[in-house]
Design a protein around this ligand. Structure first.
Ligand SMILES: [Zn+2]
Ligand SMILES: [Zn+2]
Ligand SMILES: [Zn+2]
Length: 136
């Protein structure tokens, strides 16, 4: 019997309606905005739970914040993430897979796994930035 089912479902629902990666704090704030009484600690736990069961992807932002997302691909994949608006593109990186396997094998490592996520500015944020720079 799970006590936290509704909280978990609320967190999953909020995550589903978010396009990109989001922090526990931001997700908590958006749940609160919709009138949910859920606590921040519960949001943290639910997110860790979903990530642990493979129902959400988690990663560290360049500033060391944990971010979560309900991903559409089940399998191993990588992300391109806009650090301004959070837009996320799921990408495959065949070169990385090959490189990771061969570099692990070179050092006698087996069962190698890796996490590769690329942070940058998406096309529209880049355009906005360029427009802002031009008008300044
Ligand atoms: Zn993903
Ligand atoms: Zn962007
Ligand atoms: Zn990979």
């Amino acid at each position: 019997m799970k006590r936290n089912t509704w909280q978990r479902e609320a967190v999953r629902g909020a995550l589903d309606s978010t396009g990109g990666f989001i922090s526990a704090q931001a997700l908590h704030a958006s749940l609160h905005a919709t009138g949910s009484p859920i606590g921040l600690a519960t949001v943290y736990r639910a997110l860790a739970d979903l990530a642990g069961q493979g129902e959400a992807d988690s990663l560290q932002s360049p500033d060391g914040e944990s971010l979560y997302r309900a991903c559409s691909s089940d399998g191993h994949h990588h992300h391109l993430i806009c650090r301004n608006c959070g837009l996320t593109v799921e990408i495959s990186a065949t070169e990385v897979e090959t490189w990771a396997k061969s570099v692990a094998a070179e050092h006698g490592f087996t069962q190698a796994a890796h996490v590769v996520d690329v942070f940058g500015l998406c096309a529209s944020c880049s355009a906005l930035l360029a427009a802002g720079a031009a008008s300044a």
